[in-house]
Design a protein around this ligand. Structure first.
Ligand code: SAJ
Length: 422
């Protein structure tokens, strides 16, 4: 294996683990980020993460002495950019972080160096990056990240990777680097194909969840249990419908489909509609709750469980809880919140469940944290006997709640609950 000096730019949830993996796989690594405090922590050995295995990998890399951290990029053989690409105020992808880094590394990049873009980007951005850097003899490739927070290190090693170079030499040389730590299949292709393939992956998931959310609405309207119907439909060997819930959050699936829509607004009708369906899901859940509380939320006390964008992560970016909490307050409800991993979301501060349960007229599970499935009986017993419980992702242990005389509605069972109870 060729030992390479690699500068990884962006020490976020993708860049840092990638840098550490490279550092324990025989490379010399420079990890950069403009966040001074983060770099200080990484340098001083005080970095701490809830992500499984990350702390151990960090200490291992430091012991090997194969990684240094700094705020500005330094000269290397290869540069890997793992930077955020959010949706900007114009509704288009904001690639300014990539543009800015291109400006910084332009004087460092030499002919034959490798420049890899891992950020999810609109089609054509890898080519733009090469132009922004302006060293046409460097080797450019898009290698989209594919990891799931919570299982990051396993996925980084075992997931297949797409390597899409602007030239075959770029693809081949970039693949050599990734072969040093990836056990999954490495798929070599062109940059534009890698870019659109990554967007297809997340769009597929978004459209699938939108379909599940729409099925939940349809079944609610018809007075049918969507949950049972979805379970049965998914028993077909070629059907795999995902689960309805409060909506789609996170900085990937709720964002990336727009990159396709911005590139082809006329062609991407289904993709746009799926985004809109998922964005509107908190309104559907709000209306279910309203029906459960006899039509009005005015002055009703609602405890919302879950601020994170999905189960068992401490990340609330684009969380559908935000829209839901805002809607609740606009209806005049009194709102208090809890999350085992996120301490606050804007003005909403986590409070102990012991304080919320005796207080609440209604409990809404927004995020399917395993802590909510595992709730202890003494906590459930603190809920009021007439409390209404709406479990959006459908994760509560219904038997234990029912043993306390409390019935539970979920987004996918609301049709049946409505037909029977409401
Ligand atoms: N969700 C549902 N129903 C489901 C599954 C998820 O409502 O059945 C919701 C979640 O609660 C969450 C949102 O969808 O709010 C997104 O969660 P996720 O677990 O589907 O995805 P992310 O955004 O955490 O990670 C995705 C992954 N992409 C795919 O699985 C195709 C991951 O591999 C990517 O690395 C990541 O996007 C990314 O960065 O692109």
């Amino acid at each position: 294996m060729i030992v390479t000096k690699i500068c990884v730019i962006g020490m976020g949830y993708v860049g840092l683990p990638t840098a550490l993996m490279l550092a324990v796989s025989g490379h010399t690594v420079i990890g950069c980020d403009i966040k001074g405090q983060l770099i200080e922590k990484l340098k001083s050995g005080t970095f701490d993460s809830p992500e499984k295995g990350l702390n151990a990998l960090y200490h291992h890399a430091r012991q090997l002495g194969s990684i240094v951290f700094c705020e500005m990029p330094m000269a290397a053989d290869a540069y890997i950019l793992a930077l955020p690409t959010p949706i900007g105020s114009s509704g288009r992808a904001d690639v300014s972080a990539i543009h800015e880094v291109a400006r910084h590394i332009a004087p460092l990049v030499k002919p034959g160096n490798i420049v890899v873009l891992e950020s999810t980007v609109p089609p054509g951005t890898t080519k733009d990056l090469a132009e922004w850097i302006g060293e046409p003899r460097a080797l450019y490739a898009h290698v989209p990240e594919r990891v799931l927070p919570g299982n990051l290190l396993h996925e980084l090693k075992h997931n297949g990777r797409i390597i899409g170079g602007l030239s075959t030499e770029a693809t081949r040389k970039t693949a050599e680097i990734y072969h040093s730590f990836v056990a999954g299949k490495i798929r070599e292709t062109e940059a534009s194909i890698a870019e659109i393939a990554k967007l297809m992956e997340n769009t597929y998931r978004d459209v699938n969840i939108a379909l599940a959310n729409e099925f939940a609405k349809v079944c609610d309207h018809l007075g049918i249990s969507a949950q049972e119907a979805l379970t049965i439909a998914n028993e077909h060997p070629r059907v795999n419908i995902l689960s309805p819930g409060l909506g789609v959050g996170g900085h990937c699936i709720a964002v990336d489909p727009w990159f396709i829509v911005q590139s082809c607004p006329e062609e991407a009708q289904l993709i746009r509609t799926a985004r809109q369906v998922n964005d509107a899901q908190p309104v559907f859940v709000l209306n279910l709750l309203k029906k459960m509380l006899e039509g009005s939320l005015l002055q009703r006390r609602v405890a919302v469980l879950g601020l994170a964008y999905k189960a068992d992560v401490d990340d609330a970016r684009e969380s559908p809880s935000r829209a839901f909490l805002t809607l609740l307050e606009s209806e005049g409800a009194q709102v208090r919140v809890h999350d085992p991993l996120v301490s606050s979301l804007e003005k909403w501060q986590t409070e102990p469940l012991e304080a919320l349960f005796p207080w609440a007229d209604a409990v809404v599970v927004a995020t399917g944290h395993s802590a909510y499935y595992q709730l202890e009986d003494h906590l459930i017993q603190q809920a009021r006997g007439d409390v209404r419980v709406l479990d959006a992702p459908g994760i509560l242990d219904t038997e234990r709640w029912e043993a306390c005389g409390i019935s539970i509605a979920t987004v996918s069972s609301s049709g049946r609950v409505r037909a029977q109870v409401l």
